[in-house]
Design a binder for this molecule. Sequence first.
Ligand code: FCB
Length: 441
Amino acid sequence: MPEGVYHFPKGFLWGTATSSHQVEGGNLNNNWSRWEADGRTNGSAAVAADWQGGRWREDFDRAAEGGQNAHRFSIEWSRVQPTPDAWDEDAIEKYRAMLRGLRERGLTALVTLHHFTDPLWLSERGGWENDEVVALFEKYVRKMVDALKGYVTLWVTINEPNVYALNGYVTGEFPPGKTDVKLAMRVLANMVRGHAAAYRAIHELQPEARVGYALHFRPMVARSRWSPLDQWMRKIRYEGVNMGFPTAISDGVMKTPVGNFNVPEAKGTQDYLGLNYYSTDTVWFDLSKASQLFTNAGYPKDADLSATGMIANLPQGLYDSIHWIVKTYPKLPILITENGVEDFDDHLRPRYLAQHVHQVWRAVNFNFPVKGYFHWSLADNFEWERGWTQRFGLWGLDVETQKRIRRPSADLYEAVCKENGISSEMVRKYCPEVFEKLFPS
Ligand code: FCB
């Protein structure tokens, strides 16, 4: 049986990713708490993983003891700017304490400034539909960078702007629950403008900063290779889901299936690209999906599916996504800002993790500039409209008692981080079922 280790370069960042609303608890002043109160989610984030109560300390200990050397978390805008003309200095101090906590534990911070949630006062003014959001976001970003730049050089301006716009304005699963493709693209254009304004503001305040955004990228294949209609729908959906931000940053024109938006200020505004990869879609023509431009998506029949069927374990797509980035932006550093799977009893996660880390290694082995990998997530957290029905943690969470429960995947990831690589021994121990795939004889 072949023995070996797929090693990563020295200094590779190994971490987990979280976001404010999903772990903090006690966020009552944002659009998601309203969405929860309106009964639009499966449970609530009232307590979440209780980081507001200080449990980030024990979770950062877990990350550090688990061999991780980096962590991605986000700032809750509604907390630090509770009303348009007030800053909550205590809230800002709490984020400083968390950043000190990371530093003391030897973890590099990657800080997200916007991760799906908006202050209620912003939503009441139309949120990202209203052009004034660009200046408001820049003002908030300036305040945070000024306050935190002693601890952070790696910034994510906006997390998954495409998911925010599509889920909030096409499928209606996220607040404000609208179904209007044109409006979605207007929201996305304002996110591009907000990102560009933030990029420049951060560099002005902190020249050494490295600034990017986190793109949810979905590779796609047509269901039938022979069907021109499926092929055409794949193209439309691919461009609609993936290409808005990348085209804006490459060309200064945000290109979408329903029109183009001039955003010259966005050209070149990234120092790295954050990639969130979960799965690869199979796409087909569907007459009943007018609101989604007649496209529908799913997974192959024999797919290795997650508990609720939301994610198929298709690791090759991670390599393909990285390859797409390298072709589009040669030499641009890449961070895998999210990758993971929902799996309460941890039967799938070990192989998902091993197979995806292996794909990252393949990319690194071709000298593609991937600098780090952040698993989603450290412990179970509040999964938006799906609430507590999906469990993404390396550690489980009993929401009632706040007890963390170690899953085998936490052991596997610890071994990977400490080795700075993935070995045949780890695969044999945690996911022997894919041994032959990763270490073929
Ligand atoms: C991503 C989100 C993240 C988390 C994962 C599972 O789309 O960025 O907050 O919910 O999905």
